[in-house]
Design a protein around this ligand. Structure first.
Ligand SMILES: Nc1ccn([C@@H]2O[C@H](COP(=O)(O)O)[C@@H](O)[C@H]2O)c(=O)n1
Length: 315
């Protein structure tokens, strides 16, 4: 209504224009109560630099389990890529019992224990992954049954995943998923949700199948939560196509994910976003000290999407 009063129209428009100028770098989603930043000014500076360089200079490196997938839904834990198989009909009851004991009773608490050092955790992680993979190999799992296991599982990508994968595709921004989970399974999850676009690549633990299509071993060096730096440095080919993109948006949910971009040379700007899903009180300080943005109990991709929207929108 005020815009229809001629003598007020121009001043109001000027005020609005100045206001827009002052707030144009603002990403309102960053004001959500679940967002914690150690240094907001630094975060804004990185995002502004990324906006200035545009989508052509950007790449996204993301963890998969509990980062691109939901941690919980309706108060119930969602499965990791390993759990999708653990809970499926492809696994015998006896094997299920052995696998089910691993995470809850022993290894998972060690993985997320903030009082233990990475050096203390590593032998347990190697033991966890090795035992789980050995058990899976004994199950005579068929390659062509994996898609069914995924379809029948409770795995869910985080809310906003269509926008996330869609905008990366639309702007030809490469997405490298760097996961200690099961590559064959997580690929099925992405495929099942219809977002396995050509710009997505996965670096993970892959299964080896024999000539009858039965799981017989796992390929290559084992990737667990805390050896991603090693994995990144020993596999330069995974990062080769990404060397001409000096700006990195990194998404993770564990302290081990912080090193996922160590295989990229000539990094100019890196923004690390960490999902703090579990044991929030105990781990908050460590996460805030290490990640640029910490998302506490946030089951959505709203923040990465808002940042991507800002970076990709025209100047
Ligand atoms: N037997 C196992 C081994 C690991 N996990 C969990 O999977 C996660 C995989 O790692 P991302 O890099 O994709 O996050 C890891 O955090 C373990 O908690 C499992 O469920 N079963």
């Amino acid at each position: 209504m005020i815009f229809h009063i001629p003598w007020i129209y121009v001043p109001v428009r000027n005020v609005l224009a100045i206001w827009h100028q002052l707030t144009k770098y603002e990403i309102p989603e960053l004001k959500k109560p679940s967002v914690i930043m150690r240094d907001r000014g630094r975060v804004e500076e990185i995002i502004r630099n990324m906006h200035g360089a545009g989508p052509g200079a950007l790449q996204v490196i993301s963890d998969f389990d509990m980062t691109l997938t939901r941690f919980a839904f309706n108060g119930k834990r969602c499965p990791t890529s390993h759990n999708i198989l653990d809970n499926s009909s492809l696994i015998s009851e006896d094997c299920k019992a052995k696998l089910a004991n691993f995470p809850k009773s022993h290894y998972y608490p060690i993985e997320i224990d903030s009082s233990l050092s990475v050096e203390d955790k590593v032998p347990h992680m190697v033991e966890w992954w090795t035992q789980a993979h050995d058990l899976l190999v004994q199950q005579r799992i068929k390659k062509d049954q994996l898609a069914k296991a995924v379809r029948e599982s409770d795995a869910m990508l985080r809310d906003g995943y269509e926008v996330f994968f869609g905008s990366l595709k639309d702007h030809s921004i490469p997405l490298l998923i760097f996961s200690a989970g099961l590559g064959d399974i997580l690929e099925e999850v992405i495929e099942h949700n219809g977002v396995f676009h050509p710009n997505v690549r996965v670096f993970s633990n892959y299964m080896e199948f024999d000539k009858n299509g039965l799981l017989c071993s796992f390929k290559g060096q084992l990737i667990h939560t805390f050896n991603k730096r090693e994995g990144a440095l020993l596999n330069p080919d995974q990062f080769e196509q990404l060397q001409d993109r000096p700006n990195i948006l990194l998404l993770g949910d564990s302290m081990g994910d912080l090193t996922m971009a160590d295989g990229v040379q000539n990094v100019q700007n890196i923004l690390r976003i960490g999902y703090l899903n579990d044991k929030v009180e105990e781990r908050r300080d460590a996460y805030v000290g290490s990640y640029d943005i910490v998302l506490e109990k946030d089951e959505t991709l709203d923040i990465p999407n808002a940042i991507l929207r800002y970076i990709t929108e025209g100047k």
